[in-house]
Design a binder for this molecule. Structure first.
Ligand SMILES: [Zn+2]
Length: 422
């Protein structure tokens, strides 16, 4: 501790007005103390959704009233009774006030956000309102729900894949990319990586849209298109921020890809997500975006491809053996063993009769070692690279998924629906 610094800081604190911090507090108490029935109803819906770990709340007007659904484990479910149409209009207005939107505007889409305070925690709510034929549809994304923030140990990675990612976080240079379709848990994995990279001796910066969780010690930048703080603009500025590790929410343009890869070539670590399927395909996706293979060969360290499948309820799953002439045996191919036990969903009180509880991540982790790097710069084909990756130790996603079905984490039916091809 620097005593002189402490003394100076205390002197500053004595002389400063506390008006600024007071604003936040007043807003919080105003919201908390608002006891109108409508405010309480909305508070109740958000609190229920947050407690259930829902990612989104959908409130949608229909011919005879509005329904509220929650997205739980990736699927929408009815959660409350229908709201009468006349009450719904008031509810929309209340949400608009919370988000400082234009209450009078009912014909155009509006975006906004507000903070929901609950037992000392704050939930950031990102709100989208879009006019539909029966009124205005509201979708609220729940951000910063700390209880759904997971660390690398909780993400169903095999020991081998976990070790690869831990080593990458330790070495902290090169590019780490996470790929998969929408709703494949890319953001969850990215936050797990950020937690591992977060050390006081590193300057860790992230550019996100939206910032889903606030991490102490990470310099998180919220993209704001309305004022032209785009991914590209933020990236350009951040390159002069003496960073060690840099995360970008998503690579969407050639500009972003180029700046990220260039930064990775300067001995720092960059990480991001992309909408591609397989790990090896990501290399070709980046080349399609205009990044030369010889740069990727040097810059890329690790590519993780991920999907989410239904997790079997551990309390009621039923063991069984796969019949030799079944579709499942065909799916297993050479991995088929007549005596191997797999599991089926059954349904009990703990899983509300569904047989499933939450989701399991399945992965394919590509390490760009010297051999792969050479092959990439020589311009080898997708098939050649995929074959080489497997020779060098990459476990294909299908194999990872079968391993998790063998462990009883998921069932064969769920992993058979994954698109492994593209
Ligand atoms: Zn169950």
């Amino acid at each position: 501790m620097d005593k002189e610094f402490s003394r100076l800081l205390a002197r500053v604190a004595r002389n400063i007005s506390v008006a600024e911090s007071g604003v936040v507090h007043e807003e919080a108490t105003a919201m908390q103390n608002d006891r109108t029935p409508l405010a309480e109803l909305i508070n109740y819906v958000i609190a229920t959704a947050s407690a259930a770990n829902a990612s989104d709340i959908h409130i949608e007007p229909m011919a005879t009233g509005a329904r509220i659904r929650l997205r739980l484990d990736g699927e929408l479910r009815d959660a409350f009774q229908i709201i009468p149409a006349e009450l719904y209009r008031n509810l929309v207005s209340r949400v608009k006030i919370l988000c400082r939107m234009d209450i009078a505007e009912t014909r155009l889409p509006q975006d906004g956000r507000f903070t929901f305070w609950q037992e000392g925690k704050d939930l950031d709510m990102r709100v989208s309102i879009v006019p539909v034929i029966y009124g205005e549809k509201i979708v609220m994304r729940i951000l910063n729900n700390q209880q759904s923030l997971k660390n690398l140990e909780q993400l169903d990675l095999t020991e081998n894949n976990k070790a690869i990612l831990l080593a990458q976080c330790q070495k902290a240079n090169g590019a780490l990319l996470i790929t998969g379709p929408v709703n494949s848990g890319k953001t969850t994995l990215m936050y797990a990586i950020m937690q591992k990279l977060n050390h006081s001796e590193r300057n860790l910066i992230s550019i996100e849209d939206p910032v889903e969780y606030k991490l102490l010690g990470v310099n998180q930048i919220q993209v704001n298109e309305k004022i032209n703080l785009t991914f590209e603009a933020a990236l350009k500025a951040v390159l002069r921020q003496d960073f060690d590790c840099l995360g970008v929410g998503e690579i969407r343009s050639r500009d972003t890809a180029e700046m990220m890869i260039t930064a990775a070539l300067t001995g720092r670590m960059v990480f991001s997500t992309l909408h591609t399927a397989g790990a090896v395909k990501t290399i070709f996706r980046l080349m399609d975006m205009g990044i030369p293979g010889y740069l990727l060969a040097v810059a890329l360290s690790v590519v993780v491809s991920q999907r989410l499948v239904k997790r079997l309820c551990p309390y009621c799953r039923q063991a069984y053996k796969v019949k030799a002439d079944s579709m499942e045996a065909k799916f297993l191919g050479e991995k088929y063993e007549p005596d191997r036990v797999f599991y089926l969903p059954e349904g009990c009180d703990k899983c509300k009769g569904t047989g499933y509880a939450g989701r399991v991540a399945v992965h394919e982790v590509l390490v760009v070692n010297a051999n792969l790097s050479n092959a990439i710069s020589q311009g080898k084909s997708l098939e050649e690279l995929e074959q080489l990756a497997i020779t060098e130790g990459m476990i294909p996603m299908k194999e990872d998924a079968i391993g998790k079905a063998k462990e009883g984490l998921t069932d064969l039916k769920s992993i058979m629906t994954i698109n492994y091809g593209d």
